[in-house]
Write a protein that binds this ligand. Structure first.
Ligand code: BV8
Length: 254
């Protein structure tokens, strides 16, 4: 891939960038062993559609069931380690003047890989709040002794929920506002591992392209963002990104 002219032109664009946004989806965590949203899960959850489970209605209707789905995912995220793709993204911060990561993922792996400016558009499943939303900022240890599923809010006794954005819920205003401002002002956007079907997140690459940024899309298969991407690099992030970053380093060190 290193001699691939598309990788070379992507590396040149990245090496020149002054304001880079890296926009990621579930695919960037696939090589860490975390299931994506639209590729069938294996095992117990294979027959359930995440779109049906990641909603307020599903949680209110079947709280223990939806909580068990998240417990399965907490376990996967806790057992997972950042993969070479996450680490390559984190390395870009040491090569380029300004790098912001905007992620749809809720697994916290970009932060664990060392990225220091991460906007979580859809929250983080290792943070919890009560159903009313009045009490937030809980972590798993805050209710470790509770057997009830879902556990109860230590402050008000409401059922707890993961601090994530469910379908039909608004994204945190500060997160989406900052992500849209950065996308409209960036000169390069590197998109990794998203099918580009979930809005308003999927609008960000189009915002960047309309503002004249070079949009680079990394995905093993074509996704819905093809119209926004100037350069498409076909392949898994864990393979493409380390090669891309090595090429950026070559361009910068001459
Ligand atoms: C909103 C957190 C309005 C939870 C997620 C009806 C009612 C209400 C809203 C809507 C509606 N119809 C449409 C909408 C809008 C809706 C939406 O966009 N729906 C889509 C499906 C049509 N959006 C919303 O509901 C949003 N809210 O609109 O609110 C509003 C406004 C004001 C006031 C009130 C309400 C909220 C959306 C957020 C939902 N929450 N996650 C949880 O995770 O449990 S979204 C969920 O999908 C994940 O975050 C996931 O990241 C995200 C996007 O999916 P992708 O990341 O792209 O993952 P996917 O599996 O699809 O693709 C993986 C890609 O990776 C593939 O392309 C694959 O090829 C690639 N890949 C595979 N292997 C690799 C790889 N890439 C690289 N390397 C590899 N190795």
């Amino acid at each position: 891939m290193a001699q691939d002219p598309r990788v070379q032109s992507a590396a040149r664009a990245l090496a020149r960038s002054r304001r880079l946004v890296v926009f990621t989806g579930a695919g960037v965590s696939k090589e860490s062993g975390i299931a994506t949203f639209r590729e069938p899960e294996t095992g117990l959850w294979a027959q359930y559609d995440p779109m049906e489970l990641a909603t307020y209605e599903a949680y209110v209707r079947r709280p223990a069931f939806v909580w068990s789905w998240y417990e399965h995912r907490f376990g996967a995220a806790a057992a997972a380690a950042p993969n070479p793709g996450h680490r390559a993204i984190a390395e870009l911060e040491h090569l380029l003047p300004r790098v912001s990561v905007v992620t749809q993922n809720i697994d916290g792996l970009h932060q664990r890989a060392g990225s220091s400016d991460v906007i979580e558009l859809h929250g983080n499943m290792l943070r919890f709040k009560c159903l009313s939303g009045r009490h937030t900022g809980f972590v798993l240890d805050d209710f470790a002794g509770q057997d009830e599923k879902p556990p109860r809010c230590p402050d008000c006794g409401d059922p707890l929920r993961p601090d994530v954005v469910w379908f039909g819920e608004a994204l945190p205003a500060d997160a989406i506002d900052r992500a849209q401002a950065l996308s409209a002002a960036c000169d390069v956007m590197l998109v990794v591992g998203t099918s580009g079907v979930v809005y308003p997140a999927a609008g960000l690459p189009f915002l960047a392209a309309e503002a004249g940024a070079t949009v680079i899309d990394v995905n093993p298969e074509r996704d819905a963002l093809a119209a926004a991407a100037e350069i498409f690099l076909r392949g898994p992030g864990g393979e493409v990104l380390p090669q891309l970053v090595a090429s950026v380093r070559e361009h910068l060190t001459g």
